[in-house]
Design a protein around this ligand. Sequence first.
Ligand code: NAD
Length: 507
Amino acid sequence: MGYKLELSEFFSEIYEKGEFPKFKVLINGKWVSTKDSVDLISPVNGEKIAEIGSVSKEQAQEAIDVARKSQNSIRDMAGIDRIEMINKIREEISVHKEEIIKALMLESGKAYSSASGEINALIERMRLSMEDFRKIMGEYLPGDWASDTTQKFALVIREPMGVVLGISPFNYPVFTSISKAVPALLAANSVIIKPPSADPIAFLMVSEIFRKVGVPNGVFQVLTGAGSEIGDFLVSNPGINMVSFTGSTAVGKHISSIAGLKKVHLELGGKAPAIILEDADIDLAARECVKGSLELAGQRCDAVSRILVVEKVKDAFIDAVKRHLSDYKFGDPVADKEVKMGPVISESAAKRIDDMVRDAVKRGAKILAGGKFNKAYYEPTILADVPRDAIIAREETFGPVVTIINVKDENDAINVANDSEYGLDSAVFTNNFYRAWSVMKRIQAGNVTLNAAPSHGTAFFPFGGIKSSGEGKEGIAYSIEEMTAVKTMIFNLSPGGLGKVYTGKFK
Ligand code: NAD
């Protein structure tokens, strides 16, 4: 079907008009055109809907220079004014919400429920950020605890990092970009966001709201372009003080190798196991595992992508999974708002998923439902008896495949769960409190959920991985903390005849 991207007058400055809208980049408070651009192909119908600007190195350097020069304009703003600025942006996003959701669905292929879920979550996260920001105060440390500081005390304060570069992935292009921009601004940093090339339009629309609400020029800038070209230039640039990256483990490793001595916060890939023990509520476990595997067509870092089911309940679990698969209406999400699962991001992503499914089948796995694709539309799929050495049992799937691996018992499940390079998210299903506690303690992951699929909504609870899944935490207050540097200010009281005199005596 021929879909056209049409934006209201409010957003008219963010693109050049033509056969297809050609999106600009935001530098120093102005939308500017780029010489080069890349086509944006909608996964909904496989057709071009827009052109996305590819920023040049000169433009990127200008943005960095401006960000450095402008930082004082946010630093000098009272904290309460920063809060009110974010509040106004939040209110304005709510006014334009439906238009932003529509663009997000067309550029990313998200179902209405997923696209509106993303925008609602970021609105709520902005509200919570304003609350959590008030808690970041620093601390007073008396010196009389240590023999060499009895005449001193210290104030430990948090200062902005300077210029924060936020890089975000295609699966939550708006939410992840906001999760970096808002804490960076609240903590008085300048921020440059590089959204994903595949689907940046909804975030560019939100960025226009930042600009129109009046975030000081140069403090909030947005650059688009291929990560492999402009990304390296930005990440390795000495004018950037901190990189906050969300994306694949491969790119995350590359970024940490070229960033040099700047702070790098990494939110990377995952391979979340869900352990189903014999005393679990099987229907609940199946419903949650189907949701965890199929929501957003499985394109989530926290997607359930290895279901480890103990032999005793395997058959009952598979029957329940088959029943719940039909909860996910599959099709064109733009044509039908009831659709819960649309295409994956591109035809090449669907092909990659299919290669993983075929590899598993070759090694002995059985397809119980789905297993076919047409262009970017990969069917909701159930894959059972998946061998532990299959590629789909070890690498990130990022597709709608309910992947079931048989395990003997609880210990076997833990061993398989922990035998992974990833450690982002996980789930355990059991009705026995003591087993739940024991498994949750032994699982190697940054997050573990009992009796539900991982789901992070506003991400109020801190979120982040261990092993190859990342470094640092993104939660609301946690993100603000990540984007500040601790400074210890030590006061010597002895010239005033104050402080304690150390005697070292005790009996
Ligand atoms: P990706 O790593 O391909 O790209 C992420 C971003 O990095 C994009 O904006 C891209 O343009 C940019 N980029 C690419 N090469 C770069 C370079 N050399 N320098 C700087 N930037 C560069 O990831 P993706 O395919 O967009 O997203 C999916 C991945 O993101 C999955 O692995 C998923 O698990 C992960 N993810 C993790 C989390 C988390 O919180 N841990 C959340 C969402 C997604």
